[in-house]
Design a protein around this ligand. Structure first.
Ligand code: GRG
Length: 290
């Protein structure tokens, strides 16, 4: 799994380096590269490639989607670490972007990664028909903005030190983290020319995977190693974050996550051995220590 993650991350990094090389340079290039290149697991890209295996789509057909998703993801992390949000000094084992480059540059580098994501999808080197391209752009906007990641982050901040129900916490986590996974699954469905119903099934499955990923992140905050995770741990409790662990305890939440994983894997069964890589990635998500 680790070999697969590293190989895929290198491929996406290479694409982004080449893409940025072709652009006019700017003062923001360094904080942008610092935030998105040579860092992180790039697990969302691995998931996109795993889905490509199911639908027989080459990596080159999917690389723009991967790069765009990693830009949005890294943007969200840069902003998440800002003093006005979760106020963190370490991410991926190194100083966060605002610590290294200053707050204003971090805000602007984040914004630039957001717009870069859309540019990478709109670019002529991403060869799909324009109707599909529009559909992908619309879904990425929906999953990133107030109906997705940004909206989920606002709920996460507003829920601090408040007693929230399981349902409310799940809705928040599905937006904050699940929606970008929803987009990964949906976009591959569009490229694979799936019908509306099939794309809907893929979106929902993606969001479940995203929720599982967030729960694993919450487990790491309690029991993980700071060195392996690459960021401070035991913060959720200190900050009074509304997590399922803080609501119903570690053991009960772990059972909940195991059940979610079981249901995800059950839904992948119909793809037979074509889903082997994705199945391994799902297993990795809950069992991971980084
Ligand atoms: C609209 C994109 C956008 C952002 C603005 C700040 C913000 C609103 C959202 C933050 C959302 C957030 C931080 C969700 C947590 C998701 C999560 C579990 C991140 C960790 O992902 P990994 O483990 O990180 O894939 P690496 O470092 O491996 O890339």
């Amino acid at each position: 799994m680790k070999i697969r993650l590293v190989r895929n991350a290198k491929k996406v990094d290479k694409f982004l380096i080449n893409y940025l090389k072709k652009q006019e340079t700017s003062l923001l290039i360094n904080p942008m590269k610092y935030g998105v290149i040579s860092g992180g697991k790039k697990i969302r890209s691995t998931i996109i490639f795993d889905l490509g295996k199911i639908f027989k789509l080459s990596k080159n057909k999917l690389i723009n989607i991967c790069a765009a998703v990693e830009c949005i993801h890294s943007y969200s992390l840069i902003h998440d670490d800002l003093p006005c949000m979760d106020d963190d000094a370490i991410r991926r084992g190194k100083p966060t972007t605002h610590i290294k480059f200053g707050e204003a540059s971090a805000v602007l580098a984040g914004n630039s990664l957001l717009t870069l994501a859309f540019e990478i999808i709109a670019n002529d080197n991403f060869i799909i028909n324009s109707k599909s391209k529009n559909e992908i752009i619309k879904s990425l906007a929906f999953c990133s903005g107030h109906t997705g990641i940004a909206g989920g982050q606002e709920l996460d901040l507003k829920f601090e030190k408040k007693k929230k129900s399981l349902k409310q916490i799940e809705i928040m986590q599905r937006k904050k983290t699940g929606k970008l996974f929803n987009f990964c699954f949906y976009a591959v469905g569009v490229i694979a020319k799936k019908n509306k119903k099939e794309k809907n099934v893929l979106s929902n499955l993606g969001e479940d995977v995203g929720l599982l990923f967030q729960l694993a992140d919450d487990f790491l905050d309690v029991k993980g190693s700071k060195n392996l995770v690459g960021k401070p741990i035991k913060k959720d409790n200190k900050k009074g974050k509304s997590t399922l662990i803080n609501l119903m305890g570690y053991e009960k939440t772990y059972k909940y996550a195991e059940n979610l994983k079981k249901n995800i894997l059950l839904k992948l069964k119909k793809h037979g051995k074509n889903a082997k890589d994705l199945t391994n990635t799902i297993e990795f998500i809950l069992g991971r220590n980084f």
